[in-house]
Design a protein around this ligand. Structure first.
Ligand code: C2E
Ligand code: MG
Ligand code: MG
Ligand code: MG
Length: 282
């Protein structure tokens, strides 16, 4: 069974395979309905240029406030979407939310350079993916250069050649790509050479340990150094303290993101965050 804890977060009970399979099926059905009914939300978290503190852009993060289960975290429902094929619908849903929001911000005169959207590598398994995406983005009148994709690798790439072809095509339309959670999961150094990617996002586990653990510190330094040699930019995620932000700036890391700057927030809250004097009507 699934239980809501006091903090309304969400856990699987270890109750055996059958029970887990049943839960997964129930969640899959509910996720499909939620997508059809427009019940998922998107929150936005700022990315700050470490050198001068200006807003670099924002990351869009999907949210599912489930009516009875409480908040289902993306780590759960993205995995369920990947397994069930709903990842395509989820991806398009988030994309449309973001495009709507970008137009609303533009109309309100609130300048956001770019929005970064998480892209599951599973989404590339559809041959028409890039063309569909490009068509959707154009239909909202948003320039592809204002959309960046954070590539997340939850399993080893199934068809590296085909994936690479899709990413090159995506890039050729003007979409920027970056490697998310670098140093964790399945990303490896060869990907830096092969993928048409200009930015590396350092996994938050290294940032978290950087002030207390020598290995995390050295690894973070090595990633920033490597990125410089490859003419790539770096983003640090999970920046929670001023000490981390200061240290990353001195290291030459370009952009910081994390609770130290701001938590992910609703679109309305983000508008107030950008300009507390403007009443937000969107
Ligand atoms: P991610 O893309 O690496 O996003 C960073 C995660 O760290 C987010 O968790 C964010 O809320 C959290 N975070 C940000 N700053 C801090 C900090 O200072 N400290 C800590 N402890 N955490 C911080 P979230 O929102 O739960 O998302 C988890 C993952 O789910 C994301 O990791 C991303 O891989 C995936 N995800 C979220 N939204 C989407 C989506 O729309 N599509 C896809 N395909 N994946 C998504
Ligand atoms: Mg991300
Ligand atoms: Mg990340
Ligand atoms: Mg992550």
């Amino acid at each position: 069974a699934v239980k809501e804890t006091g903090k309304a977060d969400f856990r699987f009970y270890e109750e055996g395979m059958l029970e887990q399979a049943r839960e997964r099926l129930a969640l899959t059905v509910e996720l499909r309905e939620a997508l059809q009914q427009g019940l998922l939300d998107v929150e936005y978290q700022p990315k700050r240029n470490l050198r001068d503190g200006t807003l670099a852009g924002v990351e869009a993060l999907a949210r599912w406030h489930h009516p009875t289960r409480g908040d289902v975290p993306p780590s759960i429902f993205v995995a369920i979407a990947e397994r069930s094929g709903l990842i395509h619908a989820l991806g398009e849903y988030v994309l449309r939310c973001v495009l709507n929001q970008m137009n609303a911000w533009d109309e309100a005169g609130q300048c956001i350079d770019y929005v970064a959207i998480n892209l599951s590598m599973h989404e590339l398994s559809r041959p028409a993916f890039v063309d569909t995406l490009h068509r959707v983005v154009r239909s909202y009148g948003v320039a592809p250069t204002r959309i960046r994709f954070e590539l997340t690798e939850s399993t080893a790439m199934r068809e590296p050649g085909e994936t690479l072809r899709q990413l090159v095509k995506l890039r050729s339309h003007g979409f920027d790509l970056l490697i998310d959670d670098f140093g964790a999961g399945y990303w490896n150094l060869g990907h830096l050479r092969e993928l048409p990617v200009g930015t590396i996002k350092i996994d938050q586990s290294f940032v978290r340990g950087s002030q207390s653990n020598l290995a995390d510190r050295e690894i973070t330094e090595a990633i920033v150094g490597l990125a410089k040699k490859l003419n790539m930019r770096t983003i640090a995620e999970g920046v929670e303290t001023e000490a981390q932000a200061d240290w990353l700036r001195e290291l030459g890391c370009d952009v910081g993101q994390g609770y130290f700057f701001a938590r992910p927030m609703t679109a309305a809250a983000f508008s107030r965050y950008l300009d507390p004097t403007v009443a937000y009507a969107g």
